[in-house]
Ligand binder design. Structure first.
Ligand code: GRG
Length: 289
């Protein structure tokens, strides 16, 4: 495809949204409350970074978008579930997400728990229907207690403590970096990628995932709530361990650039076919979506 990057990203996000619209139960399917809640959370204007990475990785490995859409939808559903549960009063206790009141603020806590559970289950249903056991195992290993859930546990147990850089990195390797890595790996799997491509994309996802988190931590300090669509300054307000808190703002900026360069170097072997992934990484560093 030879379109400019803006059109490419817009189209890939629209294709993912259309696929999720097909996969998810209709808002009026009974029981309507849960299906309306799921759609409220999924179609709330997220950047769709994980699905874009999934699609761009598939295309970089010679695959076609249609084959990557179940995986692109599955990673967005798992991501959205993690946000809904992370926002709950018993976790991070947030009122605002994607510029709107959080799921539990609109539908109540019990419904938000169920909504997250339903989106997570739906993610596996979508992948199961596309018929690849290896991809289902990939998503399950990322969603489980060794990665996302385990990272959340470390995060909760680290609350109120001063964490070392190593401890901070361990949390984000398990959370943000794990889901971004799985996004590119699932895209690659949908394209039947070879071992060298898979190894390169795994390194890319890991470094890019950490870079994304460093940038997210920086933006929490430097941006407004309006711009972020979630409460700005929250990390400092609750004395959360973040990259700026651990290494300072300027060093965090350098670290984000260093990790992005590491990600780019990892996919050298993809040649020109990796250009979309490079453009996404470049935009992420500047947060232009
Ligand atoms: C199961 C509760 C639970 C947690 C699992 C992944 C995770 C662990 C929690 C997610 C919560 C969280 C805030 C993670 C940090 C990663 C991050 C900055 C997410 C926001 O991602 P964006 O900016 O969101 O891509 P949009 O709204 O654009 O999709």
């Amino acid at each position: 495809m030879n379109t400019g990057i803006d059109d490419y990203l817009k189209q890939a996000a629209a294709d993912t949204d259309a696929a999720m619209d097909r996969f998810l139960p209709a808002a009026d399917e009974r029981p309507g409350t849960i299906h309306a809640a799921m759609r409220y959370c999924v179609f709330a204007g997220g950047k769709r970074l994980r699905s874009l990475l999934c699609i761009a990785a598939a295309e970089a490995c010679g695959g076609i978008r249609e084959d990557a859409l179940p995986a692109a939808s599955a990673v967005e559903l798992m991501h959205t579930y993690s946000l809904v549960h992370d926002d709950l009063p018993c976790m991070d206790d947030d009122d605002l997400r994607r510029g709107r009141p959080t799921c539990h603020k609109v539908y109540g806590e019990a419904m938000a728990v169920l909504c997250g559970d339903a989106m997570l289950t739906e993610a596996f249903l979508v992948l199961a229907r596309s018929g690849n056991a290896e991809m289902i195992a990939e998503l399950a290993s990322t969603g489980g207690s060794r990665k996302l859930i385990g990272g959340q546990v470390l995060d909760l147990e680290g609350e109120g403590k001063v964490l070392s850089l190593e401890e901070l990195v361990r949390i984000h390797e398990a959370k943000t970096a794990a889901l971004l890595t799985t996004s590119v790996r699932l895209g690659a799997m949908s394209a039947g990628a070879n071992e060298a491509q898979m190894a390169a994309l795994t390194k890319f996802g890991h470094a890019l995932g950490l870079a994304f988190q460093v940038i997210d931590d920086i933006l929490d300090v430097t941006q407004t709530t309006e711009k972020l669509g979630k409460t700005a300054g929250k990390d400092a307000a609750v004395a959360k361990a973040t990259y700026p808190a651990v290494m300072g703002l300027e060093e965090s900026r350098k670290e984000a650039a260093r990790l992005t360069a590491e990600a780019l170097a990892a996919i050298d072997l993809l040649g020109e076919s990796g250009d979309r992934l490079r453009e996404i990484a470049g935009r992420m560093l500047l947060r232009e979506f």
